[in-house]
Design a protein around this ligand. Structure first.
Ligand code: M6R
Length: 591
């Protein structure tokens, strides 16, 4: 939800901002803009559209000498997708420019007060109030940026990460964060505050993760930071263990396709390598009286798989909870509870809110996260890193399989029994599934114009049906619904007509025979069946074979890959914007 970046230092700010912005585009992509501090004041360029379009537009600034600037890629919350609502926003006098990620909840009240004091607004956004408030404060105390910033943040309610440049503060970038992410990449003679580390990896792997509810004055190569309360903070530089090359497409047309293929090595990496203190996490789970698995979207589907895994392998009764619906269960969370928060980005606002609530009630938090240094990682009592590597495609793919593997390892750590997955068998299995890509692409071209697609599975395969449906919806923009196979006859069967596509997840385990009966019921009503299984049956019109393994959990990991490929190729056939599906963003940092 919006990416922000700044640059101050020796070097060309424009170049860094544009390159960094390209890396941030997966966080929001309806408009983009930047502001450069020059000898003559602040120059702003912003417009609806991609960073690429912005880049063409800023060619006019190419000769502008500036070593201080800020930039933004937007996912609209308040105010339509228009040039005027794009960031940066400036103060009336043009001496302050800001970019913001989050929502200022009291913006209407602040706007009314500012207008009453003579300010003129040019956008419909909640963010613009920050520029006007900073203008007032900096004007009132020009030599005290610290005091000015602290005074502004104390007036704001909601969630925010913002960075600002001003003609009052020269090469200093002012920054603040409250429940939205902000990290500063630091080099010898430059600093790059940004929404995530991926945006500045090209220049530095030294990062300072700013504390929640803190402000910062960021100068070339140095940062000072303090809490909203005024308390000074000692800052720690963390080395980011991500290679720049991991963030690139590496010859693939789309990040999403690359990330589906990455599963060749990511699932086995999560299975065999160090993820963090699994033993400690297992102990917390064994001692807990209530265990909640809290997550959103694809990560929630991993939580649903986790419910089966923890029940079947560790005899634990856990409750998966959608992060956005956590309020209902919050009343039962206390010191005897453990909240397992699952999030690829570690920045999903609903997940973080649940985590903060649980911590406040004395519960322990186990974070299962992919992005190192994320807010979830830092808020958790124990964190497990799934090590799927950077995931840029907005549709989650490799993070899902790694989350499932991490949950299986966690369940095994609780039970003390061996992990029921064989790395070699699993690695070979992923290869065999990927080899069927041409066949899957053919099925996709047959399904691409379907009005609806249904997916069914029983037991632990049911969450995979949900995950497959989510992939088809967000990538191909085709309505899809995942169902427990046994539920069909309780209503949805009424929608099945001649030719309705139904994808059936049916490996040969304890769910196989019953699901096969449901296939016959569907067939009798004219459904077109796409079977995904290690066992062929004549009931299927199309068939994708997954290898037979000794483990039902290996089937779960293998059967989701054809669904990811199917959704990808349906999207490709339909000409959809694959890495950045419309209306979505990778990291959902607003509620
Ligand atoms: O970063 P998180 O795992 O917390 O993100 C949760 C969801 O926003 C995410 O899974 C989303 O549903 C994806 N677009 C699914 O592909």
């Amino acid at each position: 939800m919006c990416g922000i970046i700044g640059f101050t230092g020796s070097g060309n700010a424009l170049e860094v901002l544009i390159r960094g912005l390209r890396r941030l585009e997966y966080r929001g992509y309806d408009s983009a803009g930047l502001a450069l501090l020059t000898r003559d004041g602040i120059s702003v360029v912003k417009r609806v559209g991609s960073v690429e379009a912005l880049e063409r537009e800023v060619s006019s600034l190419a000769g502008t000498e500036s070593s201080v600037g800020i930039a933004h890629t937007r996912w609209a919350t308040h105010g339509g997708v228009t040039d005027r609502n794009a960031h940066p926003h400036t103060s009336c006098d043009g001496r302050v420019a800001i970019v913001h990620n989050g929502i200022i909840e009291n913006h209407e009240e602040l706007r009314a007060e500012l207008i009453a004091r003579g300010h003129r607004f040019t956008s419909e956004t909640d963010s613009e109030v920050i520029a006007h408030l900073l203008e007032e404060e900096l004007r009132a105390r020009p030599g005290d940026p610290r005091g000015a910033l602290t005074s502004v943040v104390r007036k704001l309610r909601g969630s925010f990460a913002f960075v600002a440049v001003s003609t009052w503060t020269g090469d200093a970038i002012l920054a603040a964060r409250h429940n939205s992410p902000l990290v500063v990449g630091v080099g010898k003679d430059f600093s790059i505050p940004a929404s995530d580390v991926l945006s500045f990896l090209e220049w530095t792997d030294d990062a300072i993760f700013l504390e929640n509810e803190s402000c910062a004055v960021i100068r070339p190569g140095r940062v000072e930071s303090w809490l909203f309360t005024g308390e000074e903070l000692e800052l720690k530089v963390t080395k980011v263990a991500i290679e720049v090359s991991e963030v690139d497409k590496r010859g693939y047309v789309h990040h999403t396709l690359k990330e589906i293929h990455d599963q060749r090595f990511t699932v086995t990496r999560t299975l065999t390598e160090e993820l963090g203190p699994l033993g400690e996490a297992a102990k917390l789970l064994r001692e807990a009286r209530r265990i909640l698995l809290v997550a959103a979207g694809t990560s929630y589907h991993a939580a649903l798989v986790g419910r089966y895994v923890l029940a079947e392998l560790a005899d634990l009764d856990v409750q998966p909870v959608l992060a956005s619906e956590y309020n209902l269960v919050s009343r039962w969370v206390n010191g005897d509870s453990v909240l397992v928060a699952i999030s690829q980005s570690g920045e999903t606002a609903d997940v973080l809110e649940a985590v903060r609530d649980a911590k406040q009630k004395g519960a322990k938090v186990i974070g299962i996260v992919n992005m190192p240094g994320s807010s979830l990682e830092r808020l958790s009592d124990v964190h497990i890193n799934i090590r799927a590597g950077p995931e840029i495609g907005v549709a989650a793919t490799k993070s899902f399989t790694s989350q499932v593997v991490a949950l299986i390892r966690l369940a095994s750590a609780v039970s003390g029994k061996e992990v029921p997955l064989d790395p070699e068998e699993l690695g070979a299995g992923v290869e065999q599934v990927l080899e069927q890509e041409p066949q899957i692409a053919e099925i996709a071209s047959i399904l691409k114009d379907s009005k609806d697609v249904y997916l069914i599975g029983r037991g632990v395969h049911y969450p995979i049906a949900l995950e497959g449906a989510l992939k088809v919806k967000e990538l191909a923009y085709v309505h899809a619904e995942g169902l427990p196979a046994g539920e069909l006859k309780h209503g949805t069967l009424a929608l099945i007509e001649s030719g309705t596509p139904v994808i059936v997840l049916n490996p040969s385990d304890d769910t196989h025979t019953d699901t096969l009966s449901n296939c016959q019921e569907l067939k009798a009503r004219g459904a077109r069946l796409i079977g995904i299984s290690d066992r062929h049956h004549s009931v299927y019109d199309f068939f994708v074979r997954i290898p037979r393994t000794g483990s039902k959990y290996a089937s779960v990991l293998l059967e989701v890959i054809p669904l990811q490929l199917l959704a990808y190729y349906m999207a490709l056939e339909r000409g959809a914007e694959i890495d950045k599906p419309r209306n979505l963003a990778k990291s959902v940092t607003v509620k």
